[in-house]
Every structure is written in C-alpha cells, then in structure tokens.
Write a protein that binds this ligand. Sequence first.
Ligand code: FPP
Length: 244
Amino acid sequence: MKDLNQNKIPRHIALIMDGNGRWAKQRGEHRLFGHTKGVDAVREVLKAAKSFGVEFLTLYAFSTENWNRPQEEVDGLMNLLVDSITNELPELQLQGVRLVVIGDLKGLPGNCQQSLLNGMESTKNNKEITLVLALNYSAKWEITECVREISLKVAKKELLANDITPELISAHLTTREIPDPELLIRTSGEHRISNFLLWQLAYAEFYFTDIHWPDFGKEELKAAILSYQSRERRFGMVSEQLSE
Ligand code: FPP
C-alpha cells in the first residue's frame, strides 16, 4: 500500500460502524459478541486515526432508530457503552483523547448519562484527538431541534428571519464546535447514510467497504484515507479552477 500524503489528511472522519451482527452470525455467535468485538475495533481505529494525524473521529454508535432493536440487544449495547467508557478512560487520558457526545443524552439510561458526562468532563482538556460519539443521535432529530431553537429566537425577536444563514444553522447544531467531516466511511457493504450528519456531510467524500466493523482496523482506515486522497474535491467548481 502507498504511503499517506501527510499534507492531505482529513481533519475529521465520520464512521458508520456497520456489520457487528453479521460478523457474529457468520461465527455462530450472539449479536452482542459482535458489538463487543466492535469495541476492540473502535480502540484500534482511534489509535490509528491519531497516528495518522486525524483531529476528529465521529462514530455513529447508537441512532434514535436503534431503540427499535430487541430489548436484550439495546440493554446489552447500553451496558457495553458504560463498561467501555469506564474501562477505557485511563487509556483515553494516556492517549490525550477528548471525548465529546452528540445526540439526545437525556434519553439515555441514567448510568449511561453519568459515565458519559464523567468521561467528557475528565477528558475536556485533552488535545491529541477528539472522539465524538453519536449516541441517541439522528440528523433529523438534530435538525428539528435546531429549527425549533432558531424559531424561538425569532419569536422572541432575538433574531430576524433574515439573519438565518448556513453559518447560523451550523452554529445551532450539536456539532457547532466541530468542523464538518471531509470523509465518511461506512463498513459492511451498505450504501446508505442512515440519518447521520445530513447537514455536515454536504461536501464529504464517501467511502464504502464490504468489511464488517469488527474486522476494520489500521490498514482499512489507511486504505480509506488513500482513496480520499486520490479524489478531486471540486466543491461545485470545475477541475481547471482548482489548479489556478
Ligand atoms: C452496527 O452493527 C453497530 C451498531 C448499531 C452499534 C455499534 C456499537 C459499537 C461498536 C459499540 C459501541 C461502543 C463504543 C465505546 C463506541 P449492526 O448491529 O447493525 O450489524 P448488522 O447490520 O450486521 O446487524
């Protein structure tokens, strides 16, 4: 595999970690076994992203639609999340990882909220890489909340309708302090966006791989970044303008 061009590393990579269930099924195991292995992949990919110089890594860990899964799986995922945050916290500190959560935190179980708040508070000054966990998140939820908030400000005359610009909308999203991702990766062969970062991905490059999430690691991340680096990002312009 070629070396990465250090001058073209995406600042922010968003990841839809798909295929834990299928990975487990192929091995005759329970779906939760796949999710547990998925946490190992998170650990490896976070380390690799940091070593490549990526500044923000956003993981779609639990969508607002995931509540519709069997209760046993939902409970298992919530427990896994609490255990992972608790167990990984010393390593996150050591690696200089800042933890940020986007999504409707209030809708998560109390112990989950507590461990996330604790994780965010204790890592808030870390500077090596920001790990953004999208939990109880969906882009339609986020955009709805944003519209509601802006409408209230207009109703209270704190804002005029004419003040509403793309920048103002970005400043009212849960990602307001995070740059938009340049690269979206989805594993496990599905070619869908699944209600993830609809606004923020407007100009992202998409990379799909058939590999299931538990098998995704440093080499696979490098392959995705190499693919990103081979693309021409035109932002609505024509090729010739980019070389001017
Ligand atoms: C998708 O696979 C995966 C999820 C919905 C959950 C992802 C969660 C983790 C990897 C653990 C989260 C933990 C941390 C610390 C971030 P799927 O179940 O949809 O797989 P399938 O499509 O094969 O059924």
